[in-house]
Design a protein around this ligand. Structure first.
Ligand code: GDP
Ligand code: MG
Length: 203
């Protein structure tokens, strides 16, 4: 099935410890909820370091991709990256992310709907707060930068984690939720969002 038509697509979202501390749980939920996605699982947890490490290890290519992306982002701003080795850079980032994610409560959620992964990432905004655009959660509520976070040797504070692909979402959902915690139910609003003919409205 083409993803465009997959109304069952699911995305794993975490409101990270900075989002919880900054009272942005409700704002994040509101934005995902009001776009038409269906909330199918939610819990509040204080992640262990082991769980945080597993979360940032679900994609085997994560280190290479993240390191490469980060080096490009430094250079695009005319800055010199802290290292030219993508793996070394990403491993430092991963350790900082584990410290950060296990530093306090997070809210884990699963959102379901057509293009859930892409829609959630659009609403969430780009990874680095400095360049995430206004109107997105990260663009509206964060001011951090890689430069600042790398200087202070800490994770960048960008409020939300959101799955980047169907494969990532599947692995992340399995890490944060038992299968029975992800609910299967009908949301009335899905009729106006997805139904082809809308018969019944004027009955
Ligand atoms: P996301 O899917 O938009 O969250 O971004 P990624 O999956 O690429 O990276 C995961 C997390 O790692 C991000 O949310 C950031 O917290 C962090 N991160 C990614 N790239 C960098 C970087 O270049 N520098 C720093 N300090 N953190 C980064
Ligand atoms: Mg990601």
């Amino acid at each position: 099935m083409n993803n465009y038509d997959d109304k069952q697509e699911k995305s794993l979202v975490l409101v990270k410890p900075d989002g919880v501390q900054r009272a942005l749980i409700g704002e994040a939920i509101k934005r995902y909820e009001q776009c038409g996605l269906k909330l199918v699982a939610m819990k509040m947890v204080i992640p262990t370091r082991d769980q945080a490490l597993k979360h940032y290890s679900v994609d085997p290519d994560w280190a290479f991709k993240t390191g490469t992306k980060s080096i490009e982002s430094w250079k695009a701003k005319g800055l010199t990256p802290p290292t030219e080795d993508p793996i070394e850079l990403a491993e430092n980032v991963r350790k900082q992310l584990v410290d950060f994610l296990s530093s306090g409560p997070v809210v884990a959620m699963v959102w379901q709907g057509m293009n859930a992964i892409g829609v959630i990432r659009k609403i969430t905004g780009g990874t680095e707060p400095l360049t995430s655009v206004p109107g997105t959660i990260r663009g509206d509520y964060t001011i951090d930068s890689y430069r600042a976070s790398d200087t202070d040797k800490r994770a960048v504070r960008n409020i939300i984690h959101a799955s980047g692909s169907v494969e990532e979402a599947d692995k992340e959902m399995a890490l944060w939720f038992k299968p029975e915690e992800i609910l299967n139910y009908r949301l009335i609003a899905e009729e106006i969002i997805y139904d082809a003919n809308l018969d019944g409205i004027l009955e």
